[in-house]
Design a protein around this ligand. Structure first.
Ligand SMILES: NC(=O)c1ccc[n+]([C@@H]2O[C@H](COP(=O)([O-])OP(=O)(O)OC[C@H]3O[C@@H](n4cnc5c(N)ncnc54)[C@H](OP(=O)(O)O)[C@@H]3O)[C@@H](O)[C@H]2O)c1
Length: 273
């Protein structure tokens, strides 16, 4: 298995948002399969600790690039930082919403930063790192999205909209690059046990409910890189469509809104966050 990931895609992988949670799980899973990794995140001590752990456990090379993906110029800086590497797998993971709240209760700059990190920067990553993959005729991209992409809902206007962008971007690139030797996977997640989710739910938002294990998520995604365009972790039909498929849009939005205001996983599909 260790040879398969690198011989199929190449020697290096990048995880944008790779220092904790699902991104760190991806980095561990990639390194355990022999891939060298570039990790991107903002908090340098967390980033360096995660990198040191991966080096010690798997003996691969790890490069750290401290960046804020919500700022313009971050992806060109990342491209420069990795310009000497053959990057065969790019996982765009960073994308969580640190606070689910009514649209007008967040300041506009916070919304715009989320949109930049979750949309513009993802598109830029696909453009800058996808082009060499297409030229080499090998590579893979994982864009991590969410059940929030399936329908709108109260308290998730910007977040859900960005995750729908990521889903459509991944599916469209899959359609374009499938004949070029480049696998693209839109990875749809439900509630997963990460520091980011725990921070977001902190403050009496109710029980956590059933949470996916980030390590299981990462391993399963790596096993299914070639099974795009979409992989719905935890679904009985992971390559299937929206769990809201049978509902009209109004009912889907109301169901999603009930789930978000209650902060429970019981009223909404398991893929929703
Ligand atoms: N956890 C869930 O329940 C859940 C459910 C559905 C979908 N998802 C999706 O899964 C992905 C990962 O979620 P997560 O819960 O692990 O939390 P996350 O906050 O999206 O990701 C955490 C990682 O991203 C880094 N990061 C966050 N913002 C960044 C920025 N502006 N620039 C650079 N790095 C940044 C964090 O390090 P720093 O903070 O140090 O920068 C950390 O390494 C997201 O795309 C989210 O939408 C998660």
């Amino acid at each position: 298995m260790a040879e398969t990931l690198t011989s199929t895609y190449g020697p290096w992988g990048i995880v944008a948002g790779g220092s904790d949670g699902i991104g760190a799980a991806f980095a561990h899973a990639m390194a355990s399969r022999g891939m060298n990794v570039v990790l991107v995140a903002r908090r340098v001590p967390v980033l360096e600790a995660s990198a040191a752990d991966i080096r010690a456990r798997y003996g691969v090379e790890v490069r750290t690039v401290p960046l804020d993906l919500s700022t313009p110029g971050a992806l060109s800086a990342l491209e420069r930082a990795a310009s000497d590497l053959e990057v065969g797998l790019f996982v765009y993971n960073a994308g969580g919403d640190d606070r689910s709240t009514a649209f007008l209760d967040k300041d506009l700059d916070t919304h715009l930063q989320l949109v930049h990190r979750n949309c513009a920067a993802v598109l830029e990553a696909a453009y800058r790192f996808g082009a060499p993959m297409v030229a080499r005729k090998r590579g893979a991209m994982v864009l991590v999205t969410s059940g929030a992409a399936w329908a709108g809902g109260a308290t998730r206007a910007a977040y859900g909209a960005t995750k729908a962008f990521d889903l459509i971007l991944a599916e469209s690139l899959w359609a374009e690059w499938r004949t070029c030797g480049v696998d693209v996977l839109g990875l749809v997640l439900g509630r997963t046990d990460t520091p980011s989710l725990r921070r977001a739910l902190d403050g009496g938002a109710g029980p956590l409910g059933q949470l996916a294990d980030p390590n299981d998520v990462a391993e399963e995604a790596l096993d299914h890189l070639a099974d795009g365009p979409t992989w719905i972790y935890g679904s009985d039909a992971p390559t299937g469509g929206s769990p809201f498929g049978g509902l009209n849009r109004r009912d889907a939005v109301l169901a999603m809104s009930r789930g978000t205001s209650a902060h429970t996983a019981t009223e909404v599909p398991s893929t929703e966050r």
